[in-house]
Design a protein around this ligand. Structure first.
Ligand SMILES: Nc1nc2c(c(=O)[nH]1)N[C@H]1C(S)=C(S)[C@@H](COP(=O)(O)O)O[C@H]1N2
Ligand SMILES: [Mo]
Length: 233
């Protein structure tokens, strides 16, 4: 087994993310996903549209930027490219960035070329079962070649942009500026270790390896014990 640079293997698949002190949002299955086009035009991806798209199965490892890797996850869903394709327009009007937003307010920016990847799914099943709230029910994005932060759970909204939109990381301006230092990498490709935009990977690797296993008790209590995020193997 080969791991991408700087990753360690965890047991199982812990819940992780920005608001681990909050329970996952409960989202009614079949909820439409809002779509905002380049011209600010609003549309929606409905459950009927999704039901008409080809089903895809994908087995892949999942890599969080903080260093943990979950092995061999079996996802099922549809390709994000099949949802985005008909909405891209042509020529000069083509978007270059996609913002994905979850029902918990979490947002991620993807370069369009990454969002259109063959193996980027809108998944509704994991390991042969419907997605659980912990892992992003009813629908989440999975982009296995990128760090987990682009794999937005509980997908609520898709926005198309011509230029890279600026995300706000924190309501307090000074904190927001600080967080910009660890701004995600524009491409976030795991095998190139594109973790953050400004801070080099070798710096954050060491910090994460010390800190992340200590977060374990807050992660998916009952499913992820301390040893699950442990960095000792
Ligand atoms: N809506 C939402 N999606 C999210 C996050 C989040 O906090 N909210 N966290 C991201 C991060 S950093 C990671 S590593 C993965 C974790 O997915 P999991 O909880 O299914 O393990 O979800 C990503 N997608
Ligand atoms: Mo992550």
């Amino acid at each position: 087994m080969t791991l991408p640079p700087g990753q360690w293997v965890v047991d199982g698949f812990p819940r992780f993310g920005a608001a681990l002190d909050q329970p996952p949002p409960r989202v009614p299955p079949g909820s439409a996903i809002e779509v905002v086009g380049l011209a600010g035009d609003e549309g929606a991806v409905t459950a009927d549209e999704l039901a008409g798209l080809p089903r895809v199965e994908l087995e892949a490892d999942f890599h969080c930027v903080s260093g943990w890797t979950a092995l061999g996850l079996r996802w099922e869903g549809v390709r994000l490219a099949d949802v985005l394709g008909p909405r891209l327009g042509s020529g000069a009007e083509r978007p270059a960035y996609v913002v994905l937003e979850g029902h918990d307010g979490y947002r991620a920016v993807l370069a369009l070329e990454d969002a259109l990847g063959e193996d980027v799914l809108l998944a509704d099943r994991l390991g042969g079962e419907p997605l659980t709230p912990e892992h992003g029910a009813p629908l989440r994005v999975v982009s296995p070649q990128q760090y987990g932060f682009v794999s937005v759970k509980h997908l609520r909204r898709i926005e198309l942009h011509a230029t890279e939109p600026r995300l706000r990381y924190h309501p307090v301006a000074s904190v927001d500026r600080g967080l910009r230092l660890v701004k995600p990498h524009r491409r976030a490709r795991v095998w190139r270790e594109e973790r953050h935009r400004y801070v080099p990977a070798w710096v954050v690797r060491r910090v994460y390896r010390l800190v992340v296993p200590r977060l374990a008790p807050r992660v998916a209590p009952g499913r992820a014990g301390v040893d699950r995020l442990g960095a000792d193997r």
